[in-house]
Ligand binder design. Structure first.
Ligand code: UD1
Length: 420
C-alpha cells in the first residue's frame, strides 16, 4: 500500500489550482440516469471516486465517455439495462447510494445496496427511504439491499435534519414524479444547489434550491445538457489551511470566498489574511503564531465538517486552547490520536475536542483513517520536525487530485512511496 512522506520545509509560496468539486460531480453523475439524452460534465476532478462511480453507472448500462484527459465526462443513459446497484460497488463509495432517487424516478424500480457504516459514523439512510415512501414508493429491505418500486407522486417531505444526500436523492426522485414535491428542512450546500442548477438546465422545474424549502414540480422528461462542475470548496479550504500551518502565502486559483464564508471568518479570527484576487483567493500567514479559535461544525452555511480535521491540524500549532465541536458525524476525531502521536495536545470527549497549541510537532509514522483525516496528517507533517510517514493513503486519492504535485509546487516536501 502506498504511503506519503512529508518533511517540514519552511514557509509556502506560489499558486495552487483548485479542482472541480468531488461531492457535486458524483451527484451530477448519478443525475445522468434521469435522461435518455447525454449529460456532459466539464471540470471533472480526476479522482478514484469518479472512476468507482463510473464503473457502477456502466453496470447499469450507462455509457461513460471520457474526454479531455478525464476532465470531461459524457454520460449517456439512453439504454438503461439494470436497476441494481451492487454491494461491491456501493460499499466502496457511499455517494453511489444516490443512484436510488434517479433510478426509481426514471424507471419506477431500484435495487440498491445499503451502504453500511463508515469510519466517521453510522450514516443512516432512513431519511432517504422515508422520503421515497412518502412519495408512494414501496420500499423493502432484503438481504442488505433496498428494493424500491412504484410510480412516485409529489408530496411534502420534511427532513428531521438537513441531510445533503437525502435532499439530493429526493430532489432527483421528484423531478419526474407526478405533481409537486415540497422538501422542507432541505440541505443548502452549494453541491445541492449545483445539482438543482444542472437539473433545471435539463428541463426540471425546481424552485428554492439553496433555501430550506424546495418546490419541485414534476415534468414528463429531461433533456441533455453540458454542465461545469463548481470549484471544490473542501479542497479549497484544505489548501487554505496549509499556510496556516507551514507559514507563507499562497493563491488558490479558482477559489471563491462565497463558498466558504463561515470557514474564512474563522481563518481570519485565527490571524490569517485572506484576499480575493482576480484568479481566486490569497491566504497569508502574518508570521508568529496563530490564535486559537473555537469552531462548531454545522450544515451549510455553517463551518463544514469536512474541514474540521484540517482546522484541528492548524490549531495544534496555535497559541491558546481551541474547542472544536463536531455536530454532524459521531465519530469524526480519528485524526486526533494520530496528531497526538506527533506531539499535539488534544483531548477528545464525545463530540468535543480541546486542542491546546504547542510550539511544534515531531514527525512520526501515522495512519490515515478517512479522506479528510488523512490530509490533516499531511498538513501537520508539513510543519513538524523531521519526517512524517502517512500510511493507507488510498483514502487521499478518493478526494485529492495530484496532492503531492500541488503541495510540492508550493515548496513543500511531500513524496509518495509506492508500497507492495
Ligand atoms: C455529505 C458529503 C460529506 C459531508 C456531509 C455533511 C457527499 C458525497 N458527502 O454526506 O462529505 O461531510 O454531506 O456535509 O456529498 N443522517 C441520518 N439519516 C439519513 C441521512 C443522514 O441520520 O437518512 C445523518 C447522518 O448520519 C449524519 C447527518 O445526518 O450524522 C448528516 O448526513 P448527510 O448530510 O446525509 O451527509 P452525506 O450526504 O452522507
Amino acid at each position: 500500500m502506498d504511503s506519503i512522506i512529508v518533511k517540514g520545509n519552511g514557509p509556502l509560496s506560489g499558486q495552487i489550482p483548485i479542482a472541480g468539486a468531488k461531492n457535486t460531480c458524483l451527484k451530477l453523475m448519478c443525475a445522468s440516469i434521469l435522461s435518455e439524452e447525454p449529460l456532459t460534465l466539464t471540470n471533472v476532478p480526476r479522482l478514484s471516486d469518479v472512476k468507482t462511480l463510473s464503473a457502477l453507472l456502466e453496470s447499469l448500462g450507462i455509457e461513460v465517455g471520457r474526454l479531455n484527459d478525464g476532465r470531461t465526462l459524457a454520460l449517456s443513459a439512453s439504454n438503461l439495462t439494470s436497476s441494481l446497484a451492487h454491494y461491491d460497488m456501493v460499499r466502496k463509495l457511499r455517494a453511489s447510494f444516490n443512484v436510488l432517487g434517479p433510478l426509481i424516478g426514471r424507471t419506477g424500480e431500484a435495487i440498491v445496496s445499503l451502504p453500511g457504516g463508515c469510519a466517521i459514523g453510522a450514516r443512516a439512510v432512513d431519511f432517504h427511504l422515508a422520503g421515497l415512501e412518502k412519495m408512494g414508493a414501496k420500499v423493502e429491505l432484503k438481504d442488505g439491499y433496498v428494493h424500491a418500486s412504484g410510480d412516485l407522486v409529489g408530496t411534502e417531505v420534511e427532513f428531521p435534519f438537513p441531510s445533503v444526500g437525502a435532499t439530493e436523492n429526493i430532489m432527483c426522485a421528484a423531478v419526474l414524479a407526478k405533481g409537486t414535491t415540497v422538501i422542507r428542512n432541505a440541505a443548502r450546500e452549494p453541491d445541492t444547489q449545483a445539482l438543482a442548477d444542472c437539473l433545471i438546465a435539463m428541463g426540471a422545474d425546481i424552485e428554492g434550491a439553496g433555501t430550506e424549502t424546495m418546490v419541485i414540480r414534476g415534468v414528463d422528461g429531461l433533456h441533455g445538457t453540458t454542465h461545469r462542475v463548481i470549484t471544490d470548496r473542501i479542497e479549497l479550504g484544505t489548501y487554505m489551511t496549509a499556510p496556516g500551518i507551514a507559514g507563507g502565502e499562497i493563491e488558490c486559483i479558482g477559489g471563491r470566498r462565497d463558498l466558504l464564508e463561515a470557514f474564512c471568518v474563522k481563518m481570519e479570527e485565527a490571524g490569517l489574511e485572506i484576499t480575493e484576487t482576480e484568479k481566486g483567493l490569497k491566504v497569508r500567514h502574518p508570521g508568529g503564531r496563530l490564535k486559537a479559535v473555537d469552531v462548531t461544525t454545522a450544515p451549510y452555511p455553517g463551518f463544514p465538517t469536512d474541514l474540521q480535521a484540517q482546522f484541528m491540524a492548524m490549531m495544534c500549532f496555535a497559541e491558546g486552547t481551541s474547542t472544536l465541536e463536531e455536530t454532524i458525524f459521531e465519530n469524526r476525531f480519528m485524526h486526533a490520536p494520530e496528531l497526538i502521536r506527533m506531539g499535539a495536545n488534544v483531548e477528545v470527549s464525545g463530540g468535543t475536542a480541546k486542542v491546546t497549541g504547542v510550539e511544534g510537532l515531531k514527525g512520526a509514522p501515522v495512519m490515515a483513517t478517512d479522506l479528510r483525516a488523512s490530509v490533516s496528517l499531511i498538513l501537520a507533517g508539513m510543519a513538524a520536525e523531521g519526517e512524517t510517514q502517512v500510511n493507507r493513503v488510498y483514502h487521499l486519492d478518493r478526494g485529492y487530485e495530484q496532492l503531492e504535485e500541488k503541495l510540492s509546487a508550493l515548496g513543500a516536501t511531500v513524496k509518495r512511496v509506492e508500497g507492495s
